[in-house]
Design a protein around this ligand. Structure first.
Ligand code: UDP
Length: 475
């Protein structure tokens, strides 16, 4: 047979860990299937996956990284602000989006210089200008949607029905129409565009994202059909004439422990820090440890962080707590020192400051529960590891994901967060989840009775299905 024209994917991830990490996994999946892949990003973002890609290159995979300078000064951003999690504060979000817009011109220059010429653009759906670029160079554009099919379906039916607009109060529950399951939400739990407290600028941006989504050739989703079946079908009805491809869980494409340890981590020391936490896990009883991590962005106030820590202490269980220090880190550390929580829980609690090797931790047999903010990647990583979850959604589409985890799949217990608190509103809301709620939810999820046992069984079954989905012949 004639060799086909070699595929060359130009990948443009959004500069945020929760978007970049799964796209790097997808890039590697494509290269493992012998397609040429060029990942384009900025230097600091490239540092977070370069060592993994360099190993792939040594093994002969056709993958490479092209770096474009982020125009920080022109966008009014301080040094180092190249990713959503390294912005000094949420006030810089608009500048950040402006810097992303300024990448269009250098990217188009690069496109013309690359040999062989790219045959397809795969871009995060929030990189709006990629639509224009693809059109200019007459190549198809496939978008990566960082959400799951359940969330996409919820958003679609909210958009079409506008049911939330008829609710008098923010706390009145309503059923989202048109979904295969009965899903109840309140207005105060809704994501961006539907949330009455959303920012106008972000609302307008979401509108633009929705419009440019329409011209895409297809959509890649980090999910698998055995997990989101009905909702995958739902998405195929809504998006890109059915060209919706579930290619996940993408974290499972990291077979090597070093890949898992370095995934998303720009700290060269990472692998040493990791062995410490894995050694500690080795000394703990099976399924006993709570792993608590609320994603890459960490917007909790010091007071809310304190309450979470005191809840972990009150649970009397061993725990790993990931403390991401970007937001008011000093103030929190000061509290921690005064309070003595770390001292009191010494030996039982492990505090990770910075970046945790999440997929390695979750896969360890000592881990018995995952306290998560229900970010979509974390959700799938928890599912892939077969651990039940304690759900603490913060904002974005996380409340929808919580519904899916707790109500539809029945593999989680709610901590009881009621309202989506946008990162810039944290101060206004103060402490929304109390230590007692954390303790109760952990007791329930780790319960040795029938309910807990059945929940664990369901989680294990899904993990098995997740592994089969990414194996040869899998969905
Ligand atoms: N993550 C990690 N270590 C950390 C914090 C986060 O490896 O200390 C990874 C996590 O495994 C996931 C991603 O960062 O792949 C976070 O994505 P998610 O969609 O869960 O949440 P977001 O950070 O976008 O809110």
């Amino acid at each position: 047979t004639q060799p086909q024209k070699k595929l060359h994917f130009l990948m443009i991830p959004l500069m945020s860990q929760g978007h970049q990490i799964p796209m790097i996994d997808i890039a590697r999946l494509l290269a493992q299937r012998n397609a040429l892949v060029t990942i384009v990003t900025t230097p600091l973002n490239a540092d977070r996956f370069k060592s993994i890609i360099n190993r792939d290159i040594q093994y002969g995979l056709p993958i490479r990284v092209a770096e474009l300078q982020f125009q920080l000064a022109e966008s009014g951003l301080p040094e180092g602000s190249e990713s959503a999690d390294t912005l000094p504060s949420h006030g810089y979000l608009k500048n950040f989006i402006c810097a992303i817009d300024l990448l269009q011109q250098p990217l188009e220059q690069l496109f013309q210089e690359l040999r062989p010429t790219p045959t397809c653009i795969v871009s995060d759906k929030s990189i709006i200008w990629a639509a224009e670029t693809a059109q200019k160079f007459r190549v198809p554009r496939i978008i990566f949607d960082g959400q799951g099919c359940f969330a996409v379906s919820c958003i679609h039916h909210l958009h079409v029905s506008k049911i939330h607009e008829s609710m008098e109060s923010e706390s009145e529950p309503f059923v989202v129409p048109g979904l295969p399951d009965r899903v109840e939400l309140t207005r105060s739990q809704l994501s961006g565009a539907f949330n009455p407290r959303s920012d106008q600028f972000l609302k307008a941006m979401r509108q633009r994202v929705m419009e440019t989504e329409e011209g895409a050739y297809g959509v890649l989703v980090n999910s698998f059909e055995e997990f989101e079946g009905e909702y995958v079908k739902e998405c195929k009805k809504i998006k890109c004439e059915g060209k919706v491809w579930c290619v996940g869980p993408v974290s499972l494409c990291n077979k090597d422990d070093l890949d898992k340890a370095q995934r998303g981590n720009d700290n060269a020391k990472a692998s040493n820090d990791n062995t410490d936490c894995l050694k500690w896990l080795n000394s703990q009883a099976q399924s006993s440890v709570v792993y608590a991590c609320l994603g890459s962005l960490n917007s909790l106030t010091p007071a809310q962080m304190a309450e979470l820590g005191l809840g972990l202490e009150a649970s009397k269980r061993p725990f790993i707590w990931v403390i991401r220090g970007a937001y008011k880190g000093e103030e929190f550390e000061h509290w921690l020192k005064e309070d003595g929580l770390e001292e009191r829980t010494k030996g039982r609690g492990l505090f990770i400051r910075g970046w945790a090797p999440q997929v390695l931790i979750l896969a360890h047999p000592a881990v018995g529960a995952f306290l998560t903010h229900c970010g979509w990647n974390s959700t799938l990583e928890g599912v892939s590891a077969g651990v039940p979850m304690v759900t603490w959604p913060l904002f974005a589409e996380q409340f929808y994901n919580e519904k899916f985890i707790v109500q539809v799949k029945k593999i989680g217990v709610r901590v009881g967060a009621q309202v989506a608190v946008q990162p810039w509103e944290e101060e206004k809301f103060g402490v929304v989840v109390k230590r007692g709620q954390v303790r109760e939810a952990l007791d329930k999820v780790l319960d040795e009775g029938k309910e807990g046992e059945e929940r664990r069984e369901r989680a294990k079954k899904l993990a098995k299905a997740a592994k089969e989905a990414v194996e040869g012949g899998g969905s």
